[in-house]
Design a protein around this ligand. Structure first.
Ligand SMILES: Cc1cc2nc3c(=O)[nH]c(=O)nc-3n(C[C@H](O)[C@H](O)[C@H](O)COP(=O)(O)OP(=O)(O)OC[C@H]3O[C@@H](n4cnc5c(N)ncnc54)[C@H](O)[C@@H]3O)c2cc1C
Length: 379
């Protein structure tokens, strides 16, 4: 395996890094404390091509590949996991779903607006009673003449309130039946569609997470994406790509916590020497470096398969599972290395620690990743 970073990937990473340092870093704690969702940041990232990284240029996107996409998410997450999460959800869930499964008319209508973030995207699969068990959803879409009428509530949706357009997976068949769900594109402002409760979260607090409520929301059949009954299979394919995003998000958080730990351990003196001299600290740093490199190799493997159009369900699940657990471990050890200062909001590691936990939950928990991986290896 040789995943030497290309010149274009390096340029994209440098531009994301520079933007994150200049425009995100100064506000990270303020947004975190107030749970402010800084919409203007996403509009600016849209102008820089970072909200449509994978969208072909003829639809107004950057036309780049998964290595560049992964670099963007990592560089932003090194500074702020929340902004990284929102960029990931917009790019690979809502936009990614329309790119993969929209018809030509839908792609031409939505992708240019999404790729530039003139419109912010949301993607709704999860419901209050169905997260991991997404196939058991309660939100229904019923055909009435040429229209569909949607009823139900989607929960935990990134940009559930602020999204201008949402991809929504609804049940169109009997509960638990095969091929019982279908995907629709619903625009904000459609009567019967509203944002619901915004969650007050442990971490990722500047990324908006909210309900989307559908109350007799009527949309024309032209808003249906793909075949009736194809919703679940489409969603699982979208999540394969989404897991690359969450692996990159995890890796960015882990790298941010690791880099802060290296710096602090050289600066902080106890017993008349830098704490990095103590094996109890330096071995933690060695573990961090090793686990980060291993996570990066898994992520690169998944990206490589994806851009070559190969099946990567197992590899994306492995990358997401491992990188997210590494993010939690590295940021936990980072707090330990910072000692009492790590427990305060004056240093960045407590935020990495809080943000990292989402990575083992969102877009399929670690347990669900292990189900996916074991199913693949036992085939
Ligand atoms: C910040 C945030 C943003 C999100 N954004 C979105 C979004 O944009 N769109 C969207 O659709 N969803 C989104 N989600 C939802 C997310 O994908 C779900 O939370 C996740 O899939 C887990 O579902 P759940 O919370 O219902 O947990 P549950 O499914 O209730 O799981 C609870 C526990 O049981 C375990 N478990 C469940 N089933 C099994 C099993 N078969 N074997 C072993 N263990 C099992 C789980 O691993 C977990 O530990 C978001 C969530 C968060 C927190």
């Amino acid at each position: 395996m040789n995943f030497d970073t290309s010149e274009i990937t390096q340029q994209v990473a440098a531009s994301a890094r520079e933007y994150a340092h200049q425009h995100i870093r100064p506000h990270v704690m303020e947004w975190d404390e107030t749970q402010e969702f800084p919409l203007h940041i996403f509009k600016e990232l849209g102008k820089l091509g970072m909200m449509g990284v994978l969208v072909p240029e003829h639809y107004g996107g950057s036309g780049l590949g998964y290595f560049e996409y992964s670099a963007v998410i990592q560089e932003i997450a090194k500074v702020c996991g929340s902004i990284g999460l929102s960029v990931a959800a917009h790019n690979s869930l809502c936009t990614g779903h329309i790119l993969a499964f929209g018809n030509e008319e839908q792609k031409q209508k939505y992708l240019p607006k999404l790729a530039t973030c003139e419109w912010l995207g949301a993607w709704g699969l999860t419901e209050p009673n169905t997260g991991s068990d997404a196939g058991n959803m309660k939100t229904t879409a019923v055909k009435e003449g040429d229209d569909w009428v949607i009823n139900g509530t989607k929960s935990w949706i990134t940009h559930g309130r602020s999204g201008d357009v949402a991809v929504v997976v609804c049940r169109t068949g009997e509960p638990r039946a095969k091929q019982n769900s279908t995907t629709f594109i619903v625009e904000r402002g459609t009567p019967g569609f509203s944002g619901g409760k915004k969650e007050n979260k442990l971490g990722m607090r500047a990324s908006e997470t909210a309900e989307m409520v559908f109350d007799n929301c009527r949309i024309p059949d032209s808003q249906r994406m793909g075949e009736v009954g194809a919703g679940f299979v489409q969603s699982m394919k979208v999540l394969d790509g989404g897991r690359i995003s969450i692996a990159a998000l995890s890796l960015g958080i882990a790298k941010g916590a690791y880099e802060a730990s290296i710096k602090y351990s050289k600066e902080r003196h106890q017993f008349d020497q830098p704490i990095s001299n103590f094996q109890g600290i330096s071995f933690k740093l060695a573990d961090m470096a090793t686990e980060i490199m291993a996570a990066e190799m898994l992520l690169n493997q998944a990206c490589d398969l994806k851009i070559r159009g190969k099946k990567m369900t197992k590899e994306a699940a492995m990358a997401k599972y491992y990188a997210s657990e590494v993010a939690v471990k590295v940021s936990t050890d980072a707090v330990q290395i910072f000692g009492g200062y790590g427990y305060t909001k004056d240093f960045p590691v407590e935020k990495f620690y809080r943000d990292s936990k989402l990575c083992t939950i969102g877009e399929g928990t670690s347990e669900i990743q292990k189900i996916v991986i074991s199913r693949e290896v036992l085939r």
